[in-house]
Design a protein around this ligand. Structure first.
Ligand SMILES: [Zn+2]
Length: 158
């Protein structure tokens, strides 16, 4: 199955970060991009435009219109169409969309926080911007939230 690629418009920055957490390859069109720039990029990159702008979505051959302005509901809308795969969670940088590589200790030249290094945790490093991620309470709460959203969708299908 071909991996789907996405381009989120400037109104959907939060959604873009969430679906990156889920491993979806997602570019973000910041507010400096005009509608024409966005449509041009969608066409050239083969990405699916995710937008809350009905008019913009109608001008694009390949778009997904988000209706809600509530973050969790936006994620639900997205998940109903594009099923999240838990095995892909935490494989992509939320800041820049780069792929993450796991690194076990010793961390070579990586600037791993002392509290993480002390516990000997495996970390995940962005290939692109070099941001470092690790397992922790924050990640657990993200996982719990995603799991509960996936449960809501499962229950809808019964
Ligand atoms: Zn990055």
């Amino acid at each position: 199955m071909d991996e789907k690629l996405f381009l989120a418009d400037a109104m959907l920055g939060k959604l873009a970060r969430w679906i990156r957490i889920c491993g979806f390859d997602t570019c973000y069109a910041d507010s400096t991009m005009s509608d024409t720039d966005i449509l041009d990029k969608v066409e050239k990159s083969g990405r699916i435009l995710i937008t809350r702008d009905r008019e913009l979505s109608m001008r694009s051959a390949c778009s997904f219109l988000i209706r809600s302005d509530i973050s969790d509901d936006q994620l639900l809308e997205f998940f109903r169409k594009y099923s999240p795969q838990p095995s892909k969670f935490f494989t992509r940088c939320t800041v820049c969309n780069g792929k993450l590589d796991p690194v076990k200790p010793p961390y070579d030249d990586l600037a791993v926080p002392e509290s993480v290094a002390e516990r000997g945790l495996e970390v995940y490093v962005c290939r692109n911007c070099h941001k470092i991620y690790w397992d922790g309470t924050h990640r657990k709460s993200i996982e719990n939230k995603l799991r509960s959203l996936m449960e809501i969708i499962q229950n809808e299908n019964h």
